[in-house]
Design a protein around this ligand. Structure first.
Ligand code: NAD
Ligand code: ZN
Length: 365
């Protein structure tokens, strides 16, 4: 088992990465981490609870915890104020008898919702992330961004609120559908580009092992990504410096593609893969990098089975979605671009024709 610290100014916590950790959840959860609370309130999706719930209950009961589960529909729409309200009420009934802490058992949807509820209920109660998707293990469970969506946009209501512990059991990924696995891999490739060095080389060698769910390879990859994200979050907890911004590599155009496609055709990771390719093309057009870095990144994206061309959308739709987003947030356009593997740069106000050319270059003909 790997133990990765996230060192923050006011409270530090650990990320545990290993195999079979859900079976030992009670044992790996130090009571002090949840301020001595003994009542676990587990938020999950029905399919995930069916698969892992009995193990979670057993593992926690063995250490004297009481457990209540609350299941919400398996969809992004559960990240809403109405679902959060229903959870608040249910939690209040449970918590009136004994002080509760929350366990988020699931992917990023459950993690973001559980974190949001934990951060606002009684002005904040402890929560533990038990991520079960690759995306959640390498990204969303770490760093304390919580939130729900509004009809006006994704993640518009939320908080920074750090978990007390993250327990990433790579064995849980065995049942993850291949498309979800590939989607998480897009974030993994993102980290490899940001950090360079060992992780990029590991992926070039072992991507196929990861794609066949080899647990040792998964543990290595999840551990490496968790370490990178923990390092960034430790230095820039609330995105006040530009460090955390680098994590948005591939996300500027990625978000525009997701939104232009109505969040249906592409998963987040697929859109991010396309966004990373556009960012590479922009980097080249602006003279920040030669062809090499982009080709290496595209190689990993292709090998992962992620898309390399944009289908079902035109450039105008993507550009409109991008500018709608900017207008809405009042922000100037800001891209994370590539100088080399392991060296990214934040560039503001990229000219529209350069963005449009990169997007057009990726459209399927
Ligand atoms: N807070 C952050 O920093 C952050 C970062 C990135 C993404 N996010 C958010 O994360 C969400 C996406 O997360 P996601 O990709 O994990 O999606 P998700 O939570 O919807 O899970 C994807 C699907 O996988 C299934 N699943 C989960 N674990 C499984 C398992 N072990 N076996 C079989 N099936 C399993 C789920 O039932 C679901 O249908 C978005 O809402 C996004 O905004 C948050
Ligand atoms: Zn992402």
């Amino acid at each position: 088992m790997k133990k990765i610290p996230v060192q923050l100014a006011h409270r530090s916590y650990q990320i545990l990465v290993g195999e079979g950790l859900i079976d030992r959840l009670g044992a790996v959860l130090p009571p002090a981490a949840v301020s001595g609370r003994r009542a676990a309130y587990c938020l999950s999706f029905p399919v995930i609870w069916k698969r892992f719930g009995p193990k979670v209950k057993r593992a926690l009961a063995q250490q004297g915890y009481t457990v209540r589960s609350r299941l919400v529909p398996d969809t992004e729409r559960s990240k809403s104020l109405s679902v959060a309200t229903a959870v608040f009420k249910d939690l209040a009934a449970y918590d009136s008898k004994q002080a509760a802490f929350i366990i988020a058992l699931g992917g990023g949807v459950i993690g973001d919702l559980a974190g949001f509820v934990a951060s606002t209920y009684r002005r904040g109660i402890p929560y533990v992330q038990v991520p079960t998707t690759l995306l959640a293990q390498v990204d969303s469970s770490i760093g304390g961004k919580t939130g729900v969506d509004l009809p006006e946009g994704k993640n518009l209501v939320g908080t920074f609120y750090q978990p007390r512990l993250v327990v990433s059991d790579v064995a849980a990924l065995s049942s993850l559908p291949a498309r979800q696995m590939r989607s998480g891999l897009a974030e993994v490739i993102k980290y490899a580009v940001l950090a360079g060095g060992g992780l990029f080389a590991f992926l070039e060698k072992h991507l196929q092992d990861v794609l066949r769910y080899d647990r040792a390879s998964l543990e290595a990859v999840v551990g490496a990504c968790a370490r990178i994200k923990a390092g960034i979050v430790s230095r820039d907890e609330q995105e006040e410096k530009s460090l955390r911004t680098h994590l948005n590599f591939g996300h500027t155009i990625g978000h525009a593609i997701e939104s232009a496609a109505g969040y249906r055709r592409y998963t987040h990771g697929e859109a991010v893969a396309l966004g990373m390719l556009c960012a590479c093309d922009i980097s080249r057009a602006l003279g920040l990098t030669g062809a090499d870095a982009g080709l290496k990144i595209e190689g990993l994206i292709r090998q992962s089975g992620l898309p390399v061309v944009i289908k079902g959308l035109n450039a105008a739709q993507i550009i409109a979605a991008h500018y709608h987003d900017k207008k809405f947030s009042g922000a100037e356009n800001r891209f994370v671009l590539v100088r080399d593997i392991g060296r990214t740069a934040i560039v503001k106000n990229v000219p529209l024709p350069v963005i449009a050319a990169a997007v057009k270059n990726r459209l399927s003909t």
